[in-house]
Write a protein that binds this ligand. Structure first.
Ligand code: PEP
Ligand code: MN
Length: 364
């Protein structure tokens, strides 16, 4: 890490009751009304695995005209609920005013969303608002895959005098089509752990998956990668949720998910390592395929232009230039020359086929 003093973080078990040494934060994407909040919170409290209730009060929406949260009116409800269930309550703050209101209402944990941690000015303003209070803060990764920005947000909040910090990995915006709402890029939270020793990092599979179908598989990977916990959106009637209805699960479903995933946690170390490395390989394969698809789209664009200017598809000079350049690059990265050759031949053959198909179709 460049030029910053070592930060210190309070271990999770020193301030939160953990379940098998693992933190589960759960609750609705947003508070919608008193009944929804209370029923969901009680359902979660009954599981005795969820010491922290999350609930969005101010909701950052991409477009206006959608439900933007109940606002400050929900804070007294959260106060009452925490007194009833004994859970700690966590609320997203996106402005200093939000933080001030949460402090007044005895909210235990604040969290910075992905659209806030991306903005150093806003993080600094929120840090100023909580200065000296020592309140716990969860800091989601910024929407863009920028590790320094994430670290910067953590540093700014730590400087405000709190060391009860939890980093939350919620995935990153990607412009490629993917089955998930946000791409996980597991390497980033793992690097964060190396850069900031001792920082608790939990995963938010709900916002990575974007659909309840994939929440468990993302959570499973997070556990294989030794994350310190999960933040999962839960609603007593997910389909009727006013925000993120597709990805929320009921408290009962959360119970099933935790039982499935936390019981086999005691696996042997080599098994866990294998799972961990395979997860990273899966990630890389997906990235490779996305890049290949993008390359082939560019090949198609070149094909269209070649057609227009009526030039030949096969251009030996260009082919030799590419072969020499890629071979040198591949070898410098430690790849075997024979493997680079085979890969280049395959890529070239496929590119030619794409352009030939295009030519046939336009000349029909
Ligand atoms: C949320 O937790 O409901 C939320 C808005 O998350 P994110 O900031 O990760 O998009
Ligand atoms: Mn949400």
């Amino acid at each position: 890490m460049s030029g910053t003093a070592q930060l210190s973080f309070v271990p999770l078990d020193a301030w939160l009751p953990l379940y098998h040494n693992f933190l589960v934060v759960a609750g609705p994407c947003s508070v919608e009304n008193r009944e929804q909040l209370e029923t969901t919170a009680k359902g979660l409290a009954q599981l005795k695995m969820v010491p922290v209730l999350r609930a969005g009060v101010w909701k950052p929406r991409s477009r206006p005209g959608h439900f933007e949260g109940i606002g400050a009116a929900a804070l007294p409800w959260l106060q009452e609920i925490k007194n009833e269930t004994g859970q700690q309550v966590a609320v997203e703050v996106a402005q200093p005013g939000h933080a001030e209101l949460c402090l007044k209402h005895d909210i235990d944990i604040l969290w910075l969303g992905a659209r806030t941690s991306v903005n150093p000015f806003m993080v600094a303003e929120i840090a100023e608002a909580i200065k000296g209070t020592g309140i716990a803060v969860m800091i989601k990764n910024p929407v863009s895959p920028d590790l320094q920005l994430w670290i910067g947000a953590i540093e700014r909040i730590c400087k405000a005098g709190t060391n009860k910090i939890i980093a939350v990995h919620r995935g990153f915006h990607g412009y490629h089509k993917s089955r998930y709402r946000n791409i996980p890029l597991w390497n980033l939270p793992l690097t964060l752990k190396k850069e900031l020793p001792g920082i608790p990092v939990i995963c938010d599979p709900s916002h990575i998956a974007g659909n309840r179908k994939w929440v468990e598989e993302v959570a499973e990977k997070a556990i294989a990668l030794n994350m310190d916990g999960l933040m999962i959106e839960s609603h007593y009637k997910p389909d009727q949720a006013l925000t993120d209805p597709l990805q929320q699960i009921t408290p009962e479903e959360l119970h099933g998910l935790l039982n499935n995933l936390l019981a086999p946690r005691q696996k042997e170390e080599p098994d866990r390592m294998l799972e961990k490395i395979r997860t990273l390989i899966d990630d890389k394969d997906h990235e490779l395929l996305e890049l290949l698809a993008e390359r082939m789209r560019l090949v198609e664009e070149v094909g269209i232009i070649k057609n227009e200017i009526k030039t030949s598809i096969l251009q030996p000079d260009r082919k030799n230039e590419i072969a020499a350049d890629r071979k040198e690059k591949g070898i410098s990265l430690g790849l075997k020359p024979g493997f680079v050759d085979k890969l280049l031949t395959l890529l070239h053959q496929e590119s030619v086929l794409i352009q030939q198909r295009l030519q046939k179709n336009t000349n029909k």
